[in-house]
Every structure is written in C-alpha cells, then in structure tokens.
Design a protein around this ligand. Structure first.
Ligand SMILES: Cc1ncc(COP(=O)(O)O)c(C=O)c1O
Length: 402
C-alpha cells in the first residue's frame, strides 16, 4: 500500500479538516474496520457460544477467528492464550487480579515508575489486598530503564515485574526480551503493557518470552471496546478466574462449580464479538501495510518533527534529545506556557494533540514536571501534518507575549 493509499483508508481524517496527532490516545479507524463492525451487526449478530442455530455458530466462529488472528499477530503458541477484554486497562486489572491470587504477605511486585496508571494502580491494589509490597524501578530522565538497574532491583521475593514495551510519555522502546531473561533468571515473571507498541513495532510473545502481555484494540486501528490479555497457557491454567458468570463454566450445581478451560474461564458474560471481529480487520490492515513500512514511516516523521522542535526557542523535549529515544511519541513543554494553553492554541488551529500528565503522574513527579504536551504519530500521518504542527508550535510563545 502506498502512503497516499494508506491515508485514503481513513475517512475521518480525510473528511474533517484536522491534523490528528493524538494517536497515543487512540488511532483513527480505516474503512475496513468500520465495515467489519457493521458487517457483524448486519450479517453475523447473535450471542456467541450460546446458540445451536446457524447465526449463533457464525457469531462464535467470527469471534474465535478473531482470537486466532490475534494469536498469530503476536505469535502466541496457541489461540487459547488470548483472552479478550475491553481494553488494556481491563487486561492489566485481569492480570493483577488473577496473578494476585498467588501473592503472599512480604512478596514484591516491581513496577516501573514510568508506567501508565493502568499498569500501576491494579498492582498497587492487589498488593494492598494481599500484603505484598509494590517496589518501583525508576528510569533516567531520558526514559531509560537499564537492564543493570532491573538486576539490582530484583530480590528473591520479587514475583513479577510489570513494564511497558513503549512508555506513553517517552516513546522509548524498552528491551523487553532482555528484561524477561533477567526476570526469569531470578524466578520472576514479566508482565508487558504493549498498549503503545502493538501498532508500531512487531510483537512476538514467544521471542520476548513474556508471561503476560496486554493491549487495546483502539490504539491499533481497531474499535474501542476490545482489548487483549495474552498469558502463557500453563500459567493461565493454574490461575483462578476473576469475574464469574455466564459462559465461563463447564458445570454448576448448588454445591459445585467447574470452570471452563482457558481462555473461556476468564471471559464471563456476553463477549464483545463485533469488536473482536473488527479487531481482526485491523490486524489484516496492519499486515497489509507491514511493519517495515510502518516503522520506516513513523521513524522518519518522528526524526523530522524532533529536528524541527529543537529549532524552536523555549521548546523542551521530555526524554532523549535523539529520535532513537522516541518511537512516534514526542512529549514536550514550552517555556512559560501552561500545557493546556498550548493544547488550546493547537486545537484552535485544528491540530489534535494531548496535554496533561498522560495518566503517568508518578513519572511526572519523578521528572519534576507537573504536566506536559504530547504529539503522537501513526502510519497515516504525513510530513505536511508535521509541518502544520511545527508552524503552530513556533507561534506559541509569541502568541502568549514572550
Ligand atoms: C502505556 C499505556 N498503557 C495502558 C493504557 C490504557 O489503555 P486503555 O485506555 O485502552 O485501557 C494506555 C492508554 O493510553 C497506555 O498508553
């Protein structure tokens, strides 16, 4: 697919006069994903797993095919290792709660300080409940978590380390494979928050040797309302379900419950089958473009944006000053101007970016910056988008009287 063809697939950015650079929050949807959603409701809608009639079987097949697509997309060994949730937050809550059943008082959960709140709060809560302790692994101001610092932070009591593959503030790619090897050497599991990476770099759970890996569909061109928790099958089989209800059991009597096999024991109630089906279309879309093109496009745009930003007086980049430290994510401040004022000026010009703490307040506290502004890139963005962004960025201080 050529660059023009990729962009042409996204009706919203073509119909509205906007420059969309808030892809870290959610991506726009290609026509094929929008079509898959309506196709499910037009032709495939019934409650999956419940009926013996053709339509319910078709709904079940659509849902399970989506599971298989996700499994091959992240190179899981088996599709049973894929649990559908609503989003990355729910996936991480699920991981924390099911793994939490193994935690005892005095155990340790190691969390990187740069995590999104979704990969901190569920672990904090489960530690409060079980008497385990949350320990933090700080990064440098460039966003680097070194393998050495991980080694030093692990103790015989560290049961799990949880970390993002790409931080939603720095955009730095963490060396997850190396982290996993260090953790496993210590008998510690690793949970990976891949919310910011699945659409931008290839994910291979077997190569990474991740024990859990979580992400959302809506940040990878899929619909809102669908997320994924991957877990190694042997691990999932040992862990108890989190939510109880319909479709997650094999047998129930007044006295006895026998849970269904994985992954169904973790999917209580009516599932988001249409969203899963459309996530399958998003995976097809990504595969059609290919990660080589995605990475090349996004890295060129990131480097181009960064160079331009460095030339504008008063702009301070959060994290590394080199493009290698930013995979499509550019977080910054402008001297003397509040991030919300910056975002409002951009909004007035039809440019969508994000201001605040980006649900990473412990990180902002560590960096000593209350809030920042973030522009984030996807494969449909163009050099023209970045030029428009830089043009407005250069006007911010003068507009505010500096
Ligand atoms: C790194 C990271 N983890 C988790 C999440 C939570 O994703 P969701 O809101 O889809 O649950 C986000 C969302 O921005 C994120 O950037």
């Amino acid at each position: 697919m050529t660059k023009e063809n990729i962009r042409a697939e996204f009706p919203l950015i073509n119909n509205e006069k906007i420059v969309y650079l808030d892809n870290g929050a959610t991506t726009q949807k290609p026509q094929s994903v929008i079509d898959a959603l309506s196709e499910f409701y037009l032709k495939r809608n019934a409650n999956p797993m419940r009926g013996l009639y053709d339509l319910s079987i078709l709904a079940t097949d659509s849902y399970e095919e989506a599971r298989s697509k996700v499994a091959s997309f992240i190179n899981a060994k088996e599709s049973e290792e894929i649990i559908f949730t609503r989003n990355a937050s729910e996936s991480l809550n699920l991981a924390a709660n099911i793994f939490g059943s193994t935690l005892k008082a005095g155990d340790e959960v190691l969390v990187s300080t740069s995590e999104h709140h979704s990969n901190f709060l569920p672990w904090k809560k489960i530690c409060e409940k079980t008497g385990a302790n949350v320990k933090f692994l700080d990064c440098t101001k460039e966003g680097i978590i070194s393998p050495e610092s991980l080694k030093n932070a692990l103790t015989p009591r560290t049961k799990i380390f949880t970390v993002a593959s790409i931080s939603n503030v720095f955009g730095r790619i963490n060396p997850i494979k190396e982290f996993a090897a260090i953790c496993h050497e210590n008998g510690t599991l690793i949970c990976v928050d891949a919310a910011q990476s699945v659409a931008h770099i290839p994910t291979d759970v077997q190569d990474l040797d991740a024990d859990f890996l979580a992400f959302s569909g809506h940040k990878m061109y899929g619909p809102m309302g669908i997320g994924v928790l991957y877990g190694k099958k042997a691990l999932l089989e040992k862990l108890p379900p989190f939510l109880e209800g319909g479709e997650m059991i094999d047998y129930v009597s007044k006295e006895k419950t026998i849970y269904a096999e994985v992954p169904h024991k973790f999917e209580a109630g009516t599932v988001s089958a249409a969203d899963a089906y459309a996530l399958g279309a998003a995976i097809d879309f990504i595969n059609e473009i290919g990660f080589e093109t995605i990475e090349k496009t996004e890295r060129e745009l990131t480097a181009y944006a960064l160079e331009g930003m460095k030339k504008i007086e008063g702009v301070e980049i959060v994290g590394d000053s080199n493009a290698e430290g930013h995979d499509g994510i550019l977080t910054f401040t402008v001297a003397d101007v509040h991030p919300h004022d910056i975002a409002s000026i951009f909004a007035d010009e039809g440019i969508c970016i994000r201001a605040g703490h980006h649900c990473a307040q412990p990180l902002h506290i560590l960096l000593g910056i209350p809030s920042t502004v973030r522009a984030s890139i996807a494969v449909y963005n163009t050099k023209e988008d970045i030029d428009a962004f830089l043009k407005v960025l250069a006007t911010i201080r003068p507009k505010m009287g500096y």
